[in-house]
Ligand binder design. Structure first.
Ligand code: COA
Ligand code: ZN
Length: 302
C-alpha cells in the first residue's frame, strides 16, 4: 500500500479564519484529538503580529504544550518574517514555514512586504537558523484575488531564487481556491521536474468544490504531501466567500478507498470535526461530519 502524508493545518489556517478568540485550552483540546486520530505532522499555529491576526495569540503556549506532550509529533508553525522565525525557534519548534506570495499585491496586502523583501527575509531566516527545517509556503501560486490567474514561469523563477538561498522544501498554495485540474497537473509536473532535489507539498482551498480533485492530482504529479484542515474550517480574508482547505476527513476517506495508507482513524477524524463544529463558530466545507454513523459505515470496505 503506498503511504501518503496528510499534513494537518486546521489549527493555523482554520483557526485564523475564526473571529471569536478560541481559548488556548480549546485549541490544544482540538490538537489532542488530531493526534489521537493519527495525525503526526501538524501546523499548530503561526507567529504573526497579533494586530494582523489576533486569533494566533498564545502561539508560544500552544507550541510548548505540543512539544512537551507529543514527542512523536512533528509540529511546525507559519512565520511571516524573521521576527516570527525567532519567536518560533525560541518556543522550541524545529520546523517553520515562512510564507510569501507569488503575486506582489497579495504579498503586500498579507505581510506588508514586496516579494523582494520577503526573499531577503527567508534568506535571513535560512542563515540565522541553519538547524531549523524550513518549508517555504508560496501563496497565490494558481491565482491571486488582486492580479487574477498566475502563470507557471514566474513561479519557476521564484523557486529558483529560493533554491539559490538554500530552500529545498516548498508548499504550493491555492490560497483562494481557483486552481483547476490541468493547472495543478502542469504546476506540479514542471516544479518537480525543474527542482528534482526539492520536496513539494500541496495546499488547496475548496472554494469551488475542486479541492479534493486538485489535491489528488497534486499527489499524482509529484507532490509528496497534502495539507488539509479538519472539518474544512477556514476561508480567506482577501477573498469573500472562499472556503477553507479541503477537509482532512474527506481526503482521508478518498485516499484510503483508493488504496493509500494515511494512518488515520476515520471515526476519530469525524468526531474531531464534530467537536470543532460544536465548539467553534466558523465556515466549514467538509462533508463527512454531516453523515450519520450508519451511512458512514456504508462507505467502509466490506
Ligand atoms: N510576530 C509578532 N509580532 C510581530 C511579528 C511577528 N512575526 N512581526 C512583527 N511584529 C510586531 C513588531 O514587533 C511590531 O510591534 P510594536 O508595534 O509593538 O513595535 C509590530 O508587529 C509592527 O512590526 P512591523 O515589522 O512594522 O510589521 P507590520 O506592521 O509591517 O506587519 C507582519 C507585518 C508580517 C508582521 C504582519 O503583517 C503579519 O503578521 N502578517 C501575517 C499575516 C498572516 O498571517 N496571514 C495569513 C497567513 S498566509
Ligand atoms: Zn490557506
Amino acid at each position: 500500500m503506498p503511504q501518503v502524508k496528510l499534513v494537518e493545518i486546521g489549527p493555523r489556517d482554520g483557526f485564523q479564519s475564526v473571529n471569536e478568540f478560541i481559548p488556548t485550552s480549546l485549541k490544544t483540546a482540538v490538537i489532542d484529538r488530531l493526534v489521537e486520530a493519527g495525525l503526526r505532522k501538524i501546523q499548530i499555529t503561526s507567529f504573526v503580529s497579533p494586530k494582523a491576526i489576533p486569533q494566533m495569540k498564545g502561539a508560544r503556549q500552544v507550541s510548548e504544550y505540543v512539544l512537551t506532550k507529543y514527542p512523536a509529533v512533528e509540529p511546525f508553525a507559519l512565520v511571516p518574517n524573521l521576527t516570527g522565525a525567532k519567536m518560533a525557534v525560541a518556543a522550541g519548534l524545529k520546523e517553520i514555514g515562512p510564507v510569501m506570495s507569488l503575486s506582489e499585491s497579495h504579498n503586500m496586502a498579507n505581510i506588508r512586504r514586496s516579494v523582494e523583501e520577503s526573499l531577503e527575509e527567508t534568506k535571513a531566516i535560512r542563515q540565522q537558523f541553519p538547524d531549523t527545517k524550513i518549508t517555504q509556503d508560496i501563496a497565490t501560486v494558481f491565482g491571486c484575488p488582486f492580479e487574477g490567474r498566475m502563470r507557471v514561469e514566474p513561479l519557476l523563477e521564484l523557486l529558483g531564487r529560493l533554491h539559490a538561498i538554500g530552500i529545498r522544501d516548498f508548499t504550493l498554495c491555492d490560497t483562494i481556491g481557483v486552481a483547476y485540474p490541468k493547472q495543478v497537473t502542469e504546476v506540479f509536473q514542471k516544479a518537480t521536474a525543474a527542482f528534482p532535489d526539492c520536496g513539494f507539498g500541496a495546499h488547496i482551498h475548496d472554494t469551488r468544490n475542486m479541492g479534493i480533485l486538485n489535491s489528488y492530482l497534486a499527489l499524482q504529479n509529484g507532490a509528496s504531501s497534502v495539507q488539509t484542515a479538519i472539518g474544512g474550517l477556514g476561508g480567506c480574508p482577501f477573498a469573500p466567500g472562499a472556503s477553507g482547505n479541503t477537509a482532512t476527513e474527506d481526503i482521508s476517506y478518498m485516499l484510503e478507498r483508493e488504496g493509500y495508507a494515511t494512518g488515520l482513524d476515520m471515526d476519530k477524524l469525524v468526531a474531531t470535526a464534530r467537536f470543532l463544529q460544536a465548539n467553534v463558530a466558523g465556515n466549514y466545507s467538509g462533508h463527512h461530519a454531516a453523515i450519520s454513523a450508519e451511512f458512514r459505515e456504508m462507505g467502509m470496505p466490506a
